[in-house]
Design a protein around this ligand. Sequence first.
Ligand code: MLT
Length: 407
Amino acid sequence: MIKINEHYLKLQASYLFSNIAKKVGEFQKSNPDKEIIRLGIGDVTRALPQACTEAFHKAVDEMAADSSFRGYGPEQGYDFLREAIVKNDFQSRGADIAADEIFVSDGAKCDTGNIQELFTQDARIAIPDPVYPVYLDTNVMAGRTGNFEDGRYKGIVYLDATKENNYVPGLPEEKVDLIYMCFPNNPTGSTITKAELQTWVDYARENQALILFDAAYEAFIRDESLPKSIYEIEGAKEVAIEFRSFSKSAGFTGTRCAYTVVPKECTAYDARGGKQAIHPLWNRRHCTKFNGVSYPVQRAAEAVYSEAGKTQAKELVTGYLKNADLIASEIKNLGYDFVGGDNSPYIWIEAKRDSWEFFDMLLDKAGVVCTPGAGFGKCGEGYIRLSAFNSYANVEKAMARIKKALA
Ligand code: MLT
């Protein structure tokens, strides 16, 4: 008799963003004339930078001729992209990362979800609350938690990110092995300073722990004193893996390209307490389960680092940040407390009521989709997230409608 993985039965009924899409679809069906503005899921709306589409087209043409056609590429990514990444994203900021420490992939969601399989079943996992749901759900699927009770899974060490700690969790009281972090944060939009991040790196070094650092939103950092990469922090290469994405920084959500950095010095321990490098293990996993990102997509990603690509990608991000500024100032005028929106595309708002109730009210009265904070964890109850990924005109319209709905 074939038996299912019982751990899947512990999961909440559906993935947060699928649940929201379903609700919005039903609402649209019963209100076909109502124009809906989506400030929910963090999905980009503006076209790819022109430099990227030009490189994309050119690479597709190469695929159309036998003489320049390419079949399977290197699983870890083409050298042209890995070299452009390290030069522009790390070495230019004083972080000493080498091209062969980069693993190109089709998304930070997959990488942050898959990385956990390298570690033991009994690893003590620390996960912030609220947080992007993938970190938690993938550990539930893998059987590292008990049941869901009172809004939380048994066996996880939750790191509360609340107004009291400025949405940056402090070190855990108990010893943990694997620590998920995300800055600029999804969903709160909060940022971490170099000094704060240093305390986490020091903790990981002292406790033989590993940090999984999701930096998918680094392109939104305007404050130059803030770290864009964990490798700007002393000692981080030994104890941290970093995840990056072209999705939000260059509009690649539908194109799919991201990368993970696994420094050669980064280690975990085997059953006898010996140090094992993580790099060859992730490489082994990548080669076995992944066949690389398509050649035209990698050429499009490489173009993000051309002079024109840099300017155009920056323009995209600046446009979304302008939306974020508008959302933040309108929310402030409405008298709501919030965080984020300055170095992040997300604005995390204290809703002063049940977060799903607020979601329903905004959809019904304003035709605006937000993300209910409760979907990101117990500490998200009472909050909603607004995303700046839309056109400025739509954001203006959405904020005018929200103002009316809350009046
Ligand atoms: C979000 O809205 O939190 C993100 O868009 C989800 C994702 O990047 O997968």
